[in-house]
Ligand binder design. Structure first.
Ligand code: NAP
Length: 485
């Protein structure tokens, strides 16, 4: 390390799907880039989430880079080890490893007039003209502040920090949360544990998952005729987009809700008590629609108890609910989700023009989910309002990378140093976006979800068709930005 630090044209923070995708695209453009990865291996969310049963609920053919189709997927919905291996493969195939600095944790980012000054945990610095922020929106585990948790004498951990060293065999386990992660690990651990007490605050909608092995014949076909896999991908993409119409006009969700209700009723035949507990009380789609074939069956097992009473405290050996019941356990697993958007200026301070701190902005708004007024040459992947409940985030990331590469080309053409989004354009963009949420299932569906922030605005999801996002990110309109010389 020396005083001035490393100089690079573009610094990419994170080596998950976003960071690696950025590396490939910037490499293709012949740009000088460096990936900064705080861990010692790559893979982002698919490296961190190793809980039993971890898998993707977006179809494998679509949940992969368009420029790196994988004919070898062994299931229609890939599981975590296979997705992680895919990312390792992408790094090798595109020769990215030499340009990833591992153990490089960015602790602060500051716009220094003509470049970004990144500070790393080891005291070193990186100066970059542009920064691509690829740390993901669901990155920091959220553990509720339950009174007494500190005094719990057993083992407690979050699903994204799974304790593989803690053998669950014969344990009395509490699981808190019934979201996308919990519904995957609950059926995976249920056969192993002595008892599983599942604390459900809100019953989610769960649909059957059309997950099945991909035959060796199909894999051979994809290898020999890549167009077949591309066609599959296009069909899956188109089918998923059909849901958007229902998200925007919730009464159109009636059919799918009827289907989900019938599935639930069939599965819990003879167990009306349990059926009542797990029947959601909001319009399907208001929260992420979950998919599983083994979650509901697991809840019916004799060693599982679904508790809907509010948790009030934890004692050294129990979780206590509002009805006074003490549920004795020796392990607590939190499937309680993530601190949404925590990566954006909160845990890592980001300071833009005129010393403005992103954290001081309250809820962060962006422009096309990628740029933020006042923060020149900062490109956030999976930024504000890019989230999806129905399709692949990889599609959104690739759209954003179109925008990033177009922006950098625009700077070259104009001999400019940086691009800063105009505040008025950003405000108009967000006002229009918020109008689209009015009457949508996320706003009018009768649920409280992490999609909405403290002021009730949805700054998480893209409120429309993803092809519209792709169209809008294809080009950079110079009028939307100020070019800094
Ligand atoms: P989540 O969907 O946010 O679910 C968190 C769960 O914990 C909810 O059931 C929530 O209840 C409950 N909870 C939170 N705080 C609580 C508290 N204080 N007391 C009791 N219950 C509490 O989190 P996640 O399951 O980790 O999933 C997060 C996101 O990651 C997903 O929405 C999805 O985008 C992504 N994910 C994707 C996949 C995939 O297959 N692609 C898999 C896993 C995760 P409420 O509903 O009442 O808030």
């Amino acid at each position: 390390m020396h005083e001035t630090g490393t100089r690079v044209d573009v610094a990419i923070v994170g080596s998950g799907f976003a960071g690696l995708g950025a590396a490939v695209r910037l490499g293709e453009e012949g740009r000088d880039y460096l990936v900064l990865e705080k861990g010692h291996t790559l893979g982002g969310t698919w490296r961190d989430n190793t809980y039993p049963g971890c898998a993707c609920d977006v179809q494998s053919h679509l949940y992969s880079f368009s420029f790196a189709p994988n004919p070898e997927w062994t299931r229609t919905f890939a599981r975590q080890p296979e997705i992680r291996a895919y990312l390792e493969h992408v790094a090798d195939r595109f020769g990215l490893r030499d340009r990833i600095r591992f153990g490089a944790e960015v602790t602060a980012a500051h716009w220094a007039g003509r470049h970004w000054d990144l500070r790393l945990a080891d005291g070193s610095r990186v100066h970059a003209r542009a920064v691509v922020w690829g740390t993901g929106a669901l990155h920091e585990p959220s553990v509720p502040d339950i009174p007494g948790l500190d005094e719990f004498a057993g083992t407690a951990f979050h699903s994204a920090q799974w304790r593989a060293d803690h053998d669950l065999t014969g344990r009395r386990v509490a699981v808190i949360g019934t979201g996308a992660s919990a519904i995957q690990f609950v059926p995976a651990i249920q056969p192993q544990v002595a008892s599983l007490t599942l604390f459900q605050r809100t019953a989610p909608w769960v649909l059957p998952k059309p997950d099945r092995p991909v035959s060796a014949v199909a894999r051979r076909l994809y290898r020999a005729v890549p167009a077949v896999q591309r066609l599959q991908r296009a069909l899956i993409y188109a089918r998923n987009e059909l849901l958007v119409s229902g998200f925007l006009k919730p009464r159109r969700m009636a059919l799918i809700e009827r289907f989900a209700r019938a599935y639930l009723h069939r599965t819990f035949a003879g167990r009306p008590d349990l059926e009542a507990k797990v029947t959601p009380d909001f319009t399907i789609g208001c929260k992420r629609i979950l998919m599983s074939n083994d979650y509901y069956p697991a809840l019916k097992r004799p060693n599982v108890d679904v508790v809907t009473e509010k948790i009030v405290r934890v004692t050294p050996n129990a979780v206590v609910t509002a009805d006074g019941a003490e549920h004795e356990v020796d392990t607590i697993i939190f499937g309680t989700g993530f601190r949404v958007g925590a990566g954006l200026g909160k845990s890592v301070p980001i300071t833009g023009r005129d010393g403005v701190r992103l954290a001081d902005q309250g809820a962060v708004e962006g422009f096309l989910g990628t740029t933020i007024a006042g923060f020149p040459n900062l490109f956030v992947l999976t930024g504000p309002n890019t989230g999806l409940g129905h399709s692949s985030m990889i599609f959104m990331i690739e759209s954003q990378l179109d925008y990033v590469t177009a922006a950098l080309r625009l700077l070259d053409e104009h001999g400019a140093v940086a691009l800063d989004t105009r505040q008025d354009r950003q405000d108009a963009y967000n006002a229009a976006l918020q109008r689209r949420f009015e009457g949508s299932v996320w706003t009018a569906g009768g649920c409280a979800s992490w999609y909405l922030d403290d002021d009730g605005r949805n700054r998480t999801l893209w409120p429309g068709y993803t092809f519209d996002f792709r169209r809008r990110t294809r080009k950079v309109r110079p009028a939307d930005h100020e070019l800094l010389a």
